[in-house]
Design a protein around this ligand. Structure first.
Ligand code: 3HC
Ligand code: NAI
Length: 708
């Protein structure tokens, strides 16, 4: 049970329950530690000190959480007193025992408040963690000093560097909490624990004095292992090394000095552009969930889903659905294809079993919810059907004709097409209002992004259902309009073309990949192509050859590789050479020779490009097409593009997505680059009207993020 204090207006209340001063933080939605909460907590501690009747203090959160952390919306604004470190120090200094009773989230500053308390109890469903690293920060209210003292250097580093959440039982075994309550009644559990401590004359017990800290030599291996790990993963992040430095300070410095060191490092992180990018990503990922249709329409209930096609995508989508607890019926063309589809699904689970992340019996339970058929009639009871057959309009329209025949009137009919015109698919049946695009990314059970593609005639309720499904699948939905490639693939096509131009103009694919990787992408465009298989793009290029503008620049290097059967990793060579079984490629002299021949054929005199020049072109192409996508209302706002590129295309999260990055570079600078490139290739480098308008009016992309 959660306490209700709706009748009180302040964000922190305190009142005596017998001899215990009950302090309730009530600052919806997540009890973040805004300035009023900070003031309220300190006032409550002072009240406890001054009130002789109060022999102990109990801190709990109202609603679903203890405390979700510092108020992220305050970052970057002038700081207001008291600071969170002051509050934590005030709590820890209290001369009466302070108990934190944790339900729901105790994250970041929330956990730091608990660490500064003298005793901690958590109930099932609690989530404890120090996820500041995910926002480009470090625990800045004593967390880096108290956590190692309480749970040891290694465990504290692991929590802070991963940012992961732990449940009540794990928190107990780590020593983060002293007890796990028997029920989920946080008030009753907290009061009973505080009472028990009073009866036992439990002393004030300050974490700053805790002995869990492994001093000197024994902590050195954990610290150097953490540093080496960070260097190896080399994601260019700013705060992880600072976290290790702070923990080092916890080992080597007196507590007060360690706190001061932590504060300096925290402020350095707070002022870093990475913090800006990561916080932008955090809020944007929440903003995209609020599509207009989710405000106006009620989603239809989804209890059972059909998937048509059991290939790469169909199987992955089936696994995503099964993992969320939804029963799935898969339809395939014939028995052999159905058996392959089922085998694809099983293979995913077998992979998890091999890694020890799933048991045989769990696999059995999931597969018990999976059925397959070669008759569409099996879909009659389904609330939603997701089509994932070949990327061919005629094949898809034939499937939708079957769906029209068998599906019940309330069923949502979704297509996973990558490029095809969903309006045309919808128009081919008598119920276009039920047709929506659900564009998953491969592997569909893993990738977070789900483009919800909204055709002209769809019912708002159907769109709301798609967003509801995304929530069930724990995916991040982005609303997109119908066009060739929707948001993500459309922008991808343009920046990939920019990379091809660079390659023909003189940069090697290896140099381009390195520049893009060093910018923060996990892989460069040619590594991605080798991984995905060059044949897929080749087929698309051949299909589009007839409609391609004959005046548009077309680089043929990829075609030359595909003609030789060099499709990438699966054929052991593509842009790179792959030793047997290896997923890391080496440079290929023959590829270099092919590129040289192509440059000659295209009468290009190769130039040299610095990494910076490569990134400027690559990013300008991405940003310009992003601006077009917003201009044409394919994306609601620039932030929708940021979320798409981060979650579907490996864009470095700490840069906040291409549109946020453009704002940090300055739109006038981006436009100046595009105008410069336009001189060489005016057809490709046409400045987006939206970009021009924003520069002329002195605005940035962020100014459009409020106006969906
Ligand atoms: N500050 C301000 N707003 C916050 C917030 C925070 N710390 N945490 C969440 N919110 C807001 C969200 O933006 C969202 O707002 P909206 O409704 O206007 O979109 C709303 O609260 C609800 O958030 P969710 O949709 O994420 O709700 P869930 O119930 O799914 O999850 C949660 C709750 C687990 C608390 C999740 O919101 C979360 O992980 N929050 C961030 C936690 C975090 O990173 N804390 C550390 C902050 S940094 C810090 O503490 C620094 C310190 O060391 C000095
Ligand atoms: P695939 O070729 O691996 O699988 C297609 C499956 O559909 C095959 O198993 C085939 O037997 C089955 N099929 C064909 N016609 C059928 C019919 N009439 N009835 C029932 N089943 C039929 O293709 P893949 O990669 O899974 O792609 C499927 C769809 O998903 C395409 O529209 C594609 O554009 C889209 N997509 C693909 C992505 C990828 O990375 N592969 C990413 C996102 C979308």
């Amino acid at each position: 049970m959660t306490p209700s204090i709706a009748s009180q207006s302040v964000v922190v209340t305190h009142e005596l329950h017998g001899n215990i001063l009950l302090v309730i933080v009530d600052n919806p939605p997540v009890n973040a530690l805004g300035v009023e909460v900070r003031q309220g907590l300190l006032a409550a501690v002072e009240a406890a000190e001054m009130n002789d009747a109060a022999r102990a203090v109990l801190i709990i959160g109202a609603g679903r959480n203890f405390i979700g952390g510092a108020d992220i919306r305050e970052f970057g604004k002038p700081s207001r007193l008291p600071t969170l470190p002051d509050v934590c120090n005030g709590i820890e200094s209290c001369r009466k025992p302070v108990v934190a009773a944790i339900h729901g989230a105790a994250l970041g500053g929330g956990l730091e408040v608990a660490l500064a308390s003298h005793y901690r109890i958590a109930v099932d469903g609690a989530k404890l963690g120090l996820p500041e690293v995910k926002l480009g920060l470090l625990p800045g209210a004593g967390g880096t000093q108290r956590a190692p003292r309480l749970i040891g250097v290694e465990a504290a580093l692991s929590l802070m560097l991963s940012g992961r959440h732990v449940g009540a039982q794990e928190a107990l075994s780590l020593g983060l909490v002293d007890r796990v309550g028997q029920s989920d009644d946080i008030l009753a559990e907290g009061l009973a624990y505080a009472q028990e401590l009073l009866l036992a004359h439990a002393p004030v017990r300050r974490t700053r004095d805790a002995l869990g800290l492994a001093h000197g030599e024994s902590s050195a291996p954990a610290l150097s292992a953490a540093r080496a790990d960070i260097a190896r993963s080399s994601k260019g992040l700013f705060s992880p090394l600072k976290i290790v430095d702070c923990v080092d300070a916890a080992v080597t410095m007196p507590f007060e000095e360690g706190l001061r060191f932590e504060r300096e490092q925290f402020l350095a992180c707070l002022n870093s552009p990475q913090r800006g990018g990561l916080v932008h990503a955090f809020f944007s990922e929440r903003e995209v969930q609020k599509a207009p249709e989710t405000r106006t329409a009620v989603p239809r209930p989804i209890h059972a889903v059909g998937v048509v096609g059991g290939g790469t995508m169909g199987a992955g989508i089936a696994v995503a659905l099964l993992d969320s607890g939804l029963p799935v019926t898969m339809i395939e063309r014939d028995d052999a294809s159905l058996a392959r589809g089922r085998a694809h699904v099983e293979k995913v689970y077998d992979g998890l079993i091999a890694k020890g992340r799933l048991t045989d019996s769990e696999k059995g339970k999931k597969l018990a919810c999976f059925t397959g058929s070669i008759s569409y009639d099996a879909l009659a009871g389904g609330d939603m059907v997701i089509e994932a057959v070949f990327e061919d309009m005629a094949v898809k329209q034939a499937v939708f004709a079957e769906l029209e025949r068998v599906c019940k009137p309330s069923a949502v009919l979704a297509t996973n097409t990558s490029y095809l015109d969903i309006d045309a698919i919808a128009a081919s049946i008598s119920r276009p209002q039920d047709v929506v695009g659900l564009h998953f990314f491969s592997p569909a059970n893993i990738m977070k992004l789900l483009e919800v593609v909204v055709p002209a005639r769809v019912n708002a309720e159907v769109v709301a259902t798609a967003f509801d499904l995304a929530k069930k699948l724990r995916k991040i939905p982005v609303r997109a309009g119908v066009c060739d490639g929707f948001i993500g693939n459309r922008i991808l096509a343009v920046y990939r073309a920019a990379a091809d131009h660079l390659m023909e103009d003189g940069a090697s694919p290896y140099q381009i990949d390195k520049a893009v990787h060093d910018f923060g992408f996990p892989m460069g465009p040619y590594q991605v192509m080798d991984l995905a298989g060059g044949d897929i793009g080749w087929a698309t290029r051949k299909r589009r050859a007839v409609t391609r503008d004959p005046n548009a620049r077309y680089v043929q290097i990829s075609d030359r590789l595909c003609e030789r059967g060099w499709f990438g990793q699966k054929t052991a060579r593509g842009f790179y050479l792959y030793q047997q079984g290896s997923r890391t490629g080496t440079q290929d002299q023959e590829v270099k020779a092919i590129i040289a021949a192509e440059r000659e054929r295209a009468s290009v005199t190769p130039r040299t490009f610095s990494h910076e020049q490569i990134i400027r072109r690559y990013m300008a192409a991405m940003i310009n097409e992003g601006a077009n996508v917003v201009h044409e209302r394919i994306a609601l706002r620039p932030l929708d593009i940021d979320v798409t590129l981060i979650n579907g295309f490996g864009y470095p999260r700490h840069r906040g997505g291409p549109m946020n990055y453009a704002d940090t570079v300055g739109l006038a600078n981006v436009l100046a680059d595009i105008r410069e490139f336009e001189k060489e290739d005016p057809l490709f480098w046409r400045p987006s009207p939206l970009l021009v308008k924003l520069v002329e009016s002195g605005n940035n992309f962020a100014s459009l993020n409020q106006t969906a």
